[in-house]
Design a protein around this ligand. Sequence first.
Ligand SMILES: [Zn+2]
Length: 355
Amino acid sequence: MVAAPRAVRPRRGAREGADSRAARDAVFEGGAMPGQGYGSAQDHGHVFTGSPLDRAGNERRDGAWIEGQHAKPARRFLALRDLEALVEGDPAPTVAWLAPAELPDGAPEGEAVLLGLDGGEPRFAIDLTAVDEAALAGPLADGRRFAEVRGVAPDLPTDDTAILAQARSLVDWHARHPFCAACGGATTSRNGGLMRVCGDCDAEHFPRVDPVVIVLIIDGDRCLLVSGRGRPGSNYTCIAGFMEPGETVEEAVRREVREEAGVEVAAVRYHSSQPWPFPASLMLGCHAEAASASIAIDPEEIKDARWFDRADVARALDFAAGEIEGESGLDFGVPAPFTISHQLIRAWTSEAEGA
Ligand SMILES: [Zn+2]
């Protein structure tokens, strides 16, 4: 019997309270195998998921409609500068939406990307990177500040992080694609920023999304975690890697796990996904069963790979979530709750508790 998925929308990824913990546990009641009987990513409350905006996919193909959105008095702007986002409020920050009159001189409003509609009113992302610093006094009034998205995301409402993921990926893509990859001609934004068209050869260019598989390998009562070369200290996480052209999710999981840890994989089950806008990844979270146990790491890719007991991993998760005072008493750590890696591991340990 598989429990019906329930909507779980914790307001803060990293500050999970008792209510959201209870709701999260409810998702896993019924002892479902990891990866079965789960709802959408939104149900998991992952950071960067669950945007409340209507993306207006059909309307935005109409150029006159887009022009109309740019003229609406209630339009608001999410400002980015060097890919940092304007936020306000401390210690509980939110995205700072600027009114048209609050935009600085030189703000490229015509280039603003239409993120979507909030209650029918347009919400744009605008890149202020090229704006003179002296003109930023208005946007930076009242304690507003530009914040690095990865750093501030755990403290923002989840809705805001989803909007930021869309905004950061799109603003970055536009900044990198002023010219046509086919002929080198200048491109211009269309459809409110969901495509660019070459003025010379009419080629259409679309924002990229880069799929990444991320997987927790399970062998009975233990799981396989790796320590990446770029990771400080003794942090261990799920195996992850970019998918390659012509590959299924299952094939990518098997290849990555074999390449990084030398472990063979049996069944692969999809769990949930998470946009990761650095710059445009989509994390495809999976659980998979190990078909072999001995580890042979690729030292070019990772520092270490180990099997960890479930009880130790559960304690490491609680420590990463700030639920344990002082020391964890473990010789390893796991990623913070706002990562899908943490949530994949949590789903496995919670499934065991509920069984
Ligand atoms: Zn071209």
